[in-house]
Design a protein around this ligand. Structure first.
Ligand code: DQA
Length: 141
């Protein structure tokens, strides 16, 4: 079974109550439960942290053995050279996801330190962005 982890960055623990007009009203736990039952043919894990170093530690920990990382580094996407370097350092492919279309938002959200080293980027499809990323690992090589 393929092993895939979703890594979520800062403030994504507040999904369901944070800016619901942008991020929706489901909590990540509610969403993750449906995803786990939908993709029963893969082993799915979820890790969330508001702390940059913890995200880097997790990327390093799984980044040489797992089959895929679905990474929403949230605000750190736009600021973190360290997370960008971690993505570059590992061998596990990373698909960068965002719930919102960051290109239709403020200018500072157009910059990503993850994208240059990601296998691909999926954004703007709400929580479905995560599912599309998982599917890319299931059907892709
Ligand atoms: C986000 C977009 C980021 O710009 C923002 O800081 C987030 C969430 C998204 O999923 O749309 O926290 O990554």
């Amino acid at each position: 079974m393929k092993k895939i982890i979703i890594i979520n960055g800062p403030n994504l623990n507040l999904l369901g109550k944070r800016e619901t007009n942008i991020y929706g009203s489901l909590t990540f736990t509610e969403f993750f439960d449906t995803v786990v039952s939908k993709y029963a043919n893969v082993t799915l894990e979820h890790f969330q942290s508001n702390i940059e170093g913890e995200l880097i530690d997790k990327i390093q920990e799984v980044g040489f053995t797992y089959d895929g990382i679905v990474l929403n580094a949230a605000a750190y996407t736009h600021t973190s050279v360290g997370i960008g370097d971690a993505v570059k350092a590992i061998t596990t492919p990373v698909v960068e996801v965002h719930i919102s279309n960051t290109f239709s938002r403020e200018e500072f959200r157009h910059q990503s330190y993850i994208s240059p080293n990601a296998k691909g980027v999926i954004l703007g499809f709400g929580l479905q962005s995560y599912e599309l990323a998982i599917e890319s690992f299931i059907s892709g090589s």
